[in-house]
Design a protein around this ligand. Sequence first.
Ligand SMILES: [Zn+2]
Ligand SMILES: [Zn+2]
Length: 173
Amino acid sequence: MPDVIEAASSGRAKCRACQQKIAKGELRFGAKVPNPFGDGEATHYYHLICAADRRPESFRETLAATELEVPDRTELERVSQLGIDHRRLPRAARAERASSGRAQCRHCKEPIGKGDLRIALEYIEDGMASGGGFIHLGCAQEYFGTTELRGRLERTSPKLEAADFEELAKVLT
Ligand SMILES: [Zn+2]
Ligand SMILES: [Zn+2]
């Protein structure tokens, strides 16, 4: 089954990227993934913008094929293209304060100080997300090849506070 863009038939499904509910009637992206518990497929749902962030290639194809009237189509195309051009970008899962000083940055291999803002990485393979470690905020440009991460991190990091977002804004665009 191909992936789909469709109106949400209920308001119960949570977005796999930002973990927030997708409103009933809102357009959503449904990614078909192998069912881990047996035969057939399961569907993972995303807000459209979150799918552009995290599943850029399949989302881009599905967007090009849909006959639905999609709001903000140009922006969705731009964001998914960014993730196609910068292949590590879809791994940026969220920003958070380091809970300990033990994690090592995946880019520069130096430790990430306790309480520092860091970017958590997540790989999606066969539809399943797995933790991929962390990088320093300051290593974003070299690791991702772009600093255009603010929008996606703000969407997926509801626990951060205004001061944290100000700190992100100093480094990221
Ligand atoms: Zn979302
Ligand atoms: Zn680093």
